[in-house]
Design a protein around this ligand. Structure first.
Ligand SMILES: [Zn+2]
Length: 522
C-alpha cells in the first residue's frame, strides 16, 4: 500500500495508523522522573515541513532501541506512535497532542546529504531583557555564540559543571553554566570546537543573579548546537565579521561577563517600582529595581565578613589565610568583604536589605579592610557610617530569597547591584557634558570630607589603617591585564543553587570602569 504522509496537525488521538515526515529539533539526554518507581525517559521536539512543533517521548528500554535514530536536525518518517492529549502546561505549539514513540513505532531515516533548514520558528528573549526573569522559574530561550569555555568543575554535591561565555549581537557577554549531562554532552562538544564560533539555541534556561546575572541549564532545558536556521547563520556571520574588531576582544578582555555595571546597567525609570509595590510582589517576581533614600539599619556590630578572594563565597576562616577554597577549588586568599544592612525608603514604604562589597563602599568612606581592622581593635563607628549612608539615595536591583532560620523560612532581601542616583542618571542618560562629568567626584568629595574618616581612630590604629588602606587599594583596583588572564582561568563556579543562597557570591572584586572611585581608597 502506498504510504501517505500527513502533517502533524492532521494526526490526532482517534487515529490508528499514521505517517509523518518529521525533522528532529531536539533530543534530550536520558531523564529520570521523580515518581516511585522512577521512570527513565527521553524527550524530543519534532517539527514537520509546516513548522508545527510536537513533543514526543520515549520511555525505559525503548530509549536504547532508538539510540542511533532521531538525531538532531535529521529527518525521519514516523509511523504508528501513540497520540495523547497534551497538557496545556506543556504545549510547545498550537498542536494539542503529544506522541509516545515505542518499540512498535516504525522510525525510518529520510536519507539526504544535508537536512533542510528547520521550518519552525523560535522565540528568543533579548539579553537586555533577561534580568526581568532572574531567580524565577520563568525559563527563557535565547540564541548566542559560544566564545569561551572554562574548565569543568566537580561540585561538592557530586554534580559537574562547566561555564561558557556566550554573546549575541547585543554584545552583552554572559556566563552560561552547563550542568551534568549538558556539561558531559554538549559541554564537551562545545569546548572541543570552541574556535568554530558555535551557535547555540538555549531552550528553557534559568536566569539567576549568580555572578549578578547569568544563565544556567536545569532539568527540562534544551541546548541545540549549530541548528540549521537562517537566524543561526546570520549570527555566525555577524560574529565572524566582527570578532577581529577591537570592541569584541575588549569585552572579553575586560571580563564584561562579570562586570556588574554591564550586566545590570541602571534601570530606566519605567522599570522602577515603588518600595510598597516591591514588598508586595518580590516574593513572586524575585527581583526588582527600586530607588529611595538610604539609612543604616540599627543594631549592627559587624560590617564585613570573610570570603574567598577568587569566588567570593563566604567562609569561616580568618582574613589573610591562604587556602584551597572548598567552593571554587582554587588556591585563594581569604579577604574581608563589606556587608552593611541598610534601609531603603521611597516614601511609599521601607525595605531592610543588605549591600555588599564595592557597591557598598561607593556610599561610605571605609573599605572592608578598615572595617575588619576596626573590628579587631573593638572600635565602633556606626555613627560615622550612619551619617555617610544617610546622605545618599540609591538605585538598586534587589532580590528576594528565603533563608532557613531556626527551621523556619524567612524572606530576605539583598542588593545585587547598586548605583548612586548620580551614577544612575549619569550612566543611563549617557550625558557626556563636562559639567555632568564633574558632578560625581564632587559629590563623593563632599561625603568623604564630612565623614572625616580617620578622626575617631587612635594614632596607632590610624597608622595601621593607612597601611591597610594602601594595600586594600591595590586589592580593589581593576587588575592589570596579566592578572586578568589569570583570573579568567581561575574563575570558579559555585553551584547556582548555592550561589542563590549566598548573595555574597554576587559581588565581584572588579571595580566597574565607569564607577567613580573613592579618592580615599586610592
Ligand atoms: Zn573560592
Amino acid at each position: 500500500m502506498a504510504r501517505r504522509c500527513l502533517s502533524v496537525h492532521e494526526v490526532h488521538d482517534k487515529m490508528r495508523r499514521w505517517t509523518v515526515l518529521v525533522q528532529v529539533v531536539e533530543k534530550s539526554h536520558v531523564l529520570t522522573s521523580n515518581g516511585s518507581p522512577p521512570i527513565r525517559f527521553q524527550r524530543l521536539v519534532l517539527t514537520d515541513s509546516e513548522g508545527t512543533m510536537v513533543s514526543a517521548v520515549i520511555y525505559g528500554n525503548d530509549i536504547r532501541y532508538f539510540a542511533n535514530l532521531l538525531q538532531p536536525f535529521k529527518r525521519y518518517y514516523i509511523t504508528g506512535g501513540t497520540v495523547k492529549k497534551q497538557d496545556a502546561k506543556y504545549k510547545i505549539s498550537d498542536y494539542h497532542f503529544s506522541w509516545v514513540i515505542h518499540n512498535k513505532t516504525l522510525v525510518e531515516e529520510y536519507v539526504e546529504p544535508n537536512p533542510p533548514m528547520l521550518p519552525c520558528t523560535f522565540e528568543f528573549t533579548k539579553f537586555e531583557d533577561l534580568f526581568r526573569f532572574a531567580d524565577t522559574e520563568n525559563v527563557q530561550s535565547l540564541q548566542a555564540i559560544v566564545i569561551t569555555a572554562f574548565a569543568t568543575k566537580e561540585q561538592n554535591n557530586g554534580s559537574t559543571t562547566r561555564d561558557f561565555i556566550v554573546m549575541n549581537e547585543e554584545k552583552k557577554p554572559m556566563l552560561l553554566t552547563l550542568w551534568n549531562e549538558f556539561e558531559q554532552n554538549q559541554g564537551t562538544q562545545l569546548a572541543n570546537s570552541i574556535g568554530n564560533a558555535n551557535v547555540i539555541i538555549g531552550m528553557k534556561l534559568k536566569i539567576t543573579t549568580f555572578n549578578y546575572l547569568s544563565l544556567t541549564t536545569k532539568l527540562g532545558s534544551g541546548l541545540l548546537i549549530n541548528p540549521p536556521t537562517s537566524e543561526a547563520n546570520a549570527l555566525k556571520e555577524w560574529y565572524n565579521a566582527n570578532k577581529e574588531k577591537e570592541e569584541i576582544g575588549e569585552l572579553i578582555k575586560q571580563m564584561a561577563y562579570k562586570d556588574s555595571s554591564k550586566l545590570l546597567p541602571p534601570s530606566s525609570t519605567n522599570e522602577m517600582i515603588s518600595v510598597a509595590n516591591a514588598l508586595n510582589t518580590l516574593k513572586d517576581v524575585k527581583t526588582a529595581w527600586i530607588t529611595g533614600k538610604t539609612s543604616l539599619t540599627p543594631g549592627q556590630q559587624k560590617f564585613w565578613f570573610e570570603t574567598c578572594e577568587n569566588c567570593q563565597k563566604a567562609i569561616n576562616v580568618d582574613v589573610g589565610w591562604v587556602m584551597r577554597c572548598p567552593s571554587c577549588k582554587e588556591e585563594s586568599k581569604v579577604v574581608a568583604k563589606t556587608r552593611i544592612g541598610i534601609t531603603v525608603d521611597d516614601g511609599t514604604g521601607s525595605i531592610n536589605t543588605v549591600i555588599f562589597g564595592l557597591d557598598a563602599e561607593k556610599f561610605i568612606p571605609f573599605t572592608a579592610l578598615q572595617f575588619w581592622e576596626a573590628h579587631n581593635e573593638e572600635l565602633n563607628f556606626s555613627t560615622e557610617l550612619a551619617s555617610a549612608i544617610g546622605k545618599h539615595s540609591i538605585v538598586c536591583f534587589i532580590r528576594y530569597y528565603e533563608a532557613d532560620y531556626q527551621g523556619q523560612k524567612e524572606g530576605k532581601y539583598n542588593i545585587v547591584k547598586a548605583y548612586t542616583i548620580e551614577e544612575s542618571v549619569h550612566i543611563s542618560m549617557a550625558i557626556t557634558t563636562a559639567e555632568t562629568n564633574e558632578k560625581i567626584p564632587d559629590l563623593h568629595a563632599t561625603v568623604l570630607q564630612s565623614a572625616k574618616k580617620n578622626e575617631f581612630f587612635s594614632p596607632s590604629t590610624k597608622k595601621l589603617l593607612d597601611t591597610i588602606a594602601e594595600s586594600s587599594a591595590t586589592a580593589n583596583k581593576v587588575p592589570p591585564l596579566v592578572t586578568t588572564t589569570k583570573r579568567t582561568l581561575v574563575f570558579g563556579t559555585v553551584p547556582s543553587e548555592i550561589g542563590l543562597n549566598f548573595a555574597e557570591a554576587n559581588t565581584s572584586t572588579l571595580l566597574p570602569t565607569n564607577a567613580p572611585g573613592s579618592p580615599l581608597k586610592k
